[in-house]
Design a protein around this ligand. Structure first.
Ligand code: 3H9
Length: 689
């Protein structure tokens, strides 16, 4: 018996219940179960209308992503949609939770859609490098017109019930508590009124006027060129929506199917699907499970109201958790609070928050100049200047103040967490919570597990990350933890090539072509050279730029000159400085030529560092390293992260190239033992995950 679909009949309406936890993905058994329940309801003379509803927390979340790329076991999802198109009786989809991707497409193939007030729907396939492949690109434009369809499908955004109703994507909104009863009543009424079966495929009214406007598509592509760069899916979506406007429904479907297959085979989609699962896998810690106790976090303390402390605080306020924010001077405290308030007001000015929400969040923060105010906090996060002395001093004091059972966390980005923990009498309660700047926006949270950190502390930190909208990656203790350590060699190589005479704009352009939003030197200029170069002791290009007042973009000049529109231009002064410092350090003029050579020089050492992080046990798995790079350093999602990318190139090729580079540039390029072992065994990083 198929466990995933069942039905019952009341007053002439068949209620088909789908139940495939956790998210009712359309895996083979579910499709087969649904097909058989539909066929039965179509045959049964007692049934005059059908309601399709899901058990558990959500309506169907889409095709089963783990099955994508394998041959469809019949029926395919498009087969099911065709079956609904040919249904002899009206079918009502009753939607709660999220109807996403193939799940929403299935609902669009039904005759009516009734949604719970809290439900959301959308076509997020673009985030997996795909397009909706079960009629979504053909049906949505027929309901909302081409322009709105392009927005919905290329953004993948989730649409709330109210908006869906006003757009015409759904027929009615029901109360959350009575969705099933209202859907049954709706179906009964449709049946009583003659059983009308409106099909979206038959409608052309919403696309009629688009037929004479081919410019819609080129204009949309051009307006979003920057956002779509590096991703093939948006262009394919535009083509498919154009097909909805210009072709008849079946030809449009055929076009959609061909484009879907092409995207499914693309390396970008493989990379994006890897990131989807890697993000979820990162939450799993082998020695921690549902049985591990966790600590309730109802009140948080943050020490330091600077940029990091303020950003960290906002995460908790956003989640409705009160924060006591501690500083050493009234001035710093006022400045920190004012910055948080300004950030919220800016969000409100963009219409993304109401004034009442700003007030409510600001009402959750209690400023204080006294560490003793943290006595009742369940979690305290220290976010002060990176100095071991300062931090150990704070932790020793905190140890005397914080209640028993409170988690004491440091936001250090590279210091030895075990030494910080040793300053307390309770190292098992100490953990690293390393946020990335801007801390209220960047999704990565490195949870640093010290030698003594207790399991419930780790379990709480991993769970808390999800509650505040972060993706946690567990890291062991080492200099720079995962993300900073991983990316450091990229900067070292960029600067080495610069001194050898490779133009900095060439180096940056290679990174941008690869998919990064900006190159190394552009990023330095954006962050501010005075901020980054603060600790330099010897003469460097950056130090000289700072001395010349070229602090970066904020001053209109850094490594580059910037025009009024903040566009970078090569600077003669920087070029002269580079030559001077290269000569002073006896660096021979030996520019790296060619994009591929520059890329290998920049990114192979990152892959190598990733291998070391893995073999030292600092990261649990290769995919965690990819997630740290993607979410902490905006590594292009369409490349899947450094180790996924390396797997695509082939580890044997990387090892061979690195040995060649080692002969030229020394030890930095000596391949890590793990890399060599995997390459020799014909294996990939992915095989270890
Ligand atoms: C598609 O539909 C193609 C069609 O157009 C065309 C076909 C021809 N499949 O995220 P969570 C797992 S493409 C398989 O932690 P939440 C997930 O891995 C699909 N598994 O929960 C996790 O497993 P585990 C388009 C899936 O509450 C568990 O469910 N649809 C799928 O934070 C819980 O997930 C999408 O892209 C799936 N489709 O968020 C939607 N979805 O526990 C993708 C989830 O073992 N899904 N899993 O780690 C989501 O956006 C979120 O999961 C959702 C719930 C919002 C639904």
């Amino acid at each position: 018996m198929n466990q995933t679909a069942s039905s019952s009949i009341t007053e002439g309406v068949a209620l088909i219940m789908l139940d495939n936890p956790p998210v009712n993905a359309l895996s083979t058994p579910l499709r087969q179960g649904l097909q058989s329940e539909l066929a039965q309801a179509f045959r049964d003379d007692q049934v005059h209308a059908i309601v399709l509803i899901c058990a558990g927390r959500t309506f169907i979340a889409g095709a089963d992503i783990t099955e994508l790329g394998q041959p469809w076991q019949p029926p395919s999802l498009p087969d099911l949609c065709a079956m609904l198109d040919a249904a002899p009786k009206p079918v009502v989809a009753a939607i709660h939770g999220t109807a996403l991707g193939g799940g929403f497409e299935l609902a669009l193939a039904c005759h009516y859609r009734l949604v719970a007030a809290s439900a959301r729907m959308g076509l997020p396939e673009v985030n997996l490098g795909l397009l909706p492949g079960a009629g979504g690109t053909q049906r949505v434009p027929r309901l909302v017109g081409a322009e709105a369809a392009l927005d919905i499908i290329t953004s993948g955004r989730q649409i709330k019930a109210k908006e869906a109703l006003s757009l015409g994507l759904v027929d009615a909104v029901a109360d959350d508590q009575s969705l099933q009863a209202e859907a049954l009543a709706f179906a009964r009424q449709v049946a009583a009124e003659g059983g009308a079966k409106p099909r979206i495929r038959d409608r052309t009214d919403a696309i009629e006027s688009d037929r004479n406007r081919p410019d819609i598509f080129t204009t949309f592509a051009m307006a979003n060129a920057r956002r779509f760069k590096g991703f093939p899916a948006p262009a394919a979506i535009i083509e498919a929506v154009q097909a909805a406007v210009t072709l008849d429904f079946d030809d449009g479907l055929a076009k959609e199917a061909a484009l879907f297959e092409r995207l499914l085979a693309s390396p970008e989609s493989a990379a994006q699907r890897h990131v989807f699962f890697a993000e979820r896998e990162a939450a799993r810690v082998p020695d921690i499970g549902p049985e591990t106790p966790t600590i309730d976090i109802a009140a948080v303390g943050v020490i330091g109201a600077g940029t990091m402390g303020g950003g960290i605080t906002m995460n908790f306020l956003n989640a409705g958790i009160p924060v006591t924010l501690v500083e050493t001077s009234q001035e710093a405290l006022d400045r920190g609070i004012a910055t948080i308030c300004r950030n919220y007001e800016a969000t409100a000015a963009k219409g993304r928050m109401t004034a009442a929400q700003v007030e409510q969040r600001m009402g959750l923060v209690s400023p204080s100049l006294d560490l003793a105010a943290l006595a009742d906090a369940d979690l305290v996060i220290e976010a002060v200047y990176e100095s071991m002395d300062v931090k150990t001093n704070i932790f020793a004091r905190l140890d005397r103040i914080a209640k028993q059972g409170a988690i004491l966390a440091s936001n250090t980005s590279f210091l030895d967490l075990n030494r910080i923990a040793a300053a307390t009498s309770r190292p098992e309660w100490v953990v690293g919570l390393h946020f990335f700047s801007p801390a209220n926006i960047m999704r990565l949270l490195e949870v640093v597990r010290g030698t003594a950190t207790a399991k419930p502390v780790v379990a709480t930190a991993m769970r808390l990350a999800k509650r505040i909208g972060k993706v946690a990656v567990l890291s062991g203790v080492c200099d720079g933890f995962i993300a900073n350590r991983l990316l450091a060699p990229r900067g070292t190589q960029a600067e080495a090539m610069m001194l050898e005479g490779t133009p900095i704009d060439e180096i940056d352009h290679v990174l941008v072509d690869y998919g990064f939003a900006m190159g190394h030197f552009q990023m330095m200029d954006l962050v501010g050279l005075d901020v980054i170069g603060r600790n330099a002791t010897e003469r460097t290009v950056m130090g000289d730029l700072v001395a010349a007042g070229r602090l970066g973009q904020k001053r209109g000049a850094g490594y580059y000159d910037y025009d009024q529109k903040r566009r970078p231009h090569a600077s003669d002064l920087t070029a002269t400085l580079i030559k001077e410092i290269a000569a002073a350090n006896s660096v021979a003029h030996d520019p790296t030529a060619g994009d591929a050579a520059i890329l290998a020089r920049l990114l192979y050492p990152v892959v190598n560092e990733g291998a070391k992080i893995l073999e030292e046990g600092i990261a649990l798995r290769a995919s965690d390293i990819d997630i740290a790079a993607v979410l902490g350093y905006n590594w292009p999602v369409c490349r899947g992260g450094p180790l996924f990318w390396a797997d695509q190139i082939g580890l044997d090729k990387i090892v061979a190239d690195m040995r060649r580079l080692e002969a030229l540039h020394g030890e930095t390029f000596r391949p890590a033992q793990l890399l060599v072992r995997l390459a020799e065994g014909g294996k990939r990083f992915g095989d270890r995950s």
